[in-house]
Design a protein around this ligand. Structure first.
Ligand code: C2E
Ligand code: CA
Ligand code: CA
Ligand code: CA
Length: 262
């Protein structure tokens, strides 16, 4: 336990310096429609330490959250998203970009102002940014959260519920929020179409999204069976290793320059 706590402390100290040491990067993962055409991309943080070790986000994001570093990290990611959008646009491939926003970041009193400032400073259009939030955001302060979502939505920002189906929230909130999209968590996709429980959940999410007029993105698509199944049961967008791995912006640009490789 002591070793664990020590490791966490070391990671936290290293993470605080990682941004200025330029050890942090964003990768982009393409999203495609049922015809496998590109429709957008999600930004995902990568941390390669000076010693070459790659620290997975599942390890450092929780540390960034518990230490508060996620606030500056989140600002930085949004700025990267704005710059990436401008680069893609200049290359003739404008596409909405999805950014993960942690609950702590979203709850900062000046969050809306920070977002506005980043958009203004970079010149990126707000309506090309999709904020992915988790159901964890919805466990407390629901009214304040929804009010803030409306404020950002009025600026043009769109909202997606990430890891949808893994939280405990009641579904009534869905109607009160300015939502654009649901993201089906990859844990439900993993055993599709073989597992009955997983597919039942996937189908009910698709039905609900259809009813509420929300876009669906299914994440973690690794096989063509999964892709075919989803295309047959609605027309969700898809994201997964089958289509593209998260990669640096240069790789995405190279890929988009040769559309037949999709
Ligand atoms: P997430 O937002 O649910 O992101 C999807 C994860 O699934 C990513 O893991 C992605 O690389 C992975 N993935 C994509 N396609 C496939 C596939 O076909 N198969 C499998 N098995 N996995 C796939 P990653 O990059 O390790 O990120 C893990 C989590 O870290 C993210 O989950 C997100 O919660 C968090 N995260 C990453 N970047 C950020 C960020 O900028 N801000 C915040 N707050 N959280 C972030
Ligand atoms: Ca996400
Ligand atoms: Ca997920
Ligand atoms: Ca997540």
């Amino acid at each position: 336990m002591l070793a664990d706590a020590e490791r966490k402390l070391t990671l936290e100290r290293d993470l605080a310096l990682a941004l200025e040491r330029q050890e942090i990067a964003v990768h982009l993962q393409l999203q495609v429609d049922r015809e496998h055409c590109p429709v957008g991309a999600e930004l995902l943080l990568r941390w390669r330490r000076a010693d070459g070790v790659l620290v997975p986000p599942d390890v450092f994001i929780p540390i960034a959250e518990s230490s508060g570093l996620i606030v500056s990290l989140g600002d930085w990611v949004l700025r990267q998203a704005c710059q990436a959008w401008l680069t893609l646009d200049a290359a003739g491939h404008p596409m909405p970009l999805s950014v993960n926003v942690s609950p702590l970041q979203f709850r900062q009193p000046d969050f809306v102002e920070r977002v506005r400032a980043t958009l203004r400073e970079t010149g990126a259009p707000a309506d090309q940014m999709i904020f992915e939030v988790t159901e964890g955001l919805l466990v407390s302060d629901l009214d304040a959260t929804i009010a803030r979502m409306h404020e950002l939505s009025a600026m043009g920002i769109r909202f997606s519920i990430d890891d949808f189906g893994t939280g405990y929230s009641n579904l009534a909130y869905l109607r009160k929020m300015p939502l654009y999209e649901l993201k089906i968590d990859k844990s439900f996709i993993r055993d599709t179409p073989n597992d009955v429980n997983g597919t039942a959940i996937v189908q009910s999410i698709l039905a609900m999204a259809d009813h509420l007029d929300l876009r669906v993105v299914a994440e973690g698509i690794e096989t063509s069976q999964q892709a075919d199944y989803l295309a047959e049961h609605g027309s969700p967008c898809m994201q997964g290793y089958l289509f593209a791995r998260p990669a640096p912006l240069e790789d995405l640009l190279a890929r988009l320059a040769q559309p037949d490789t999709l």
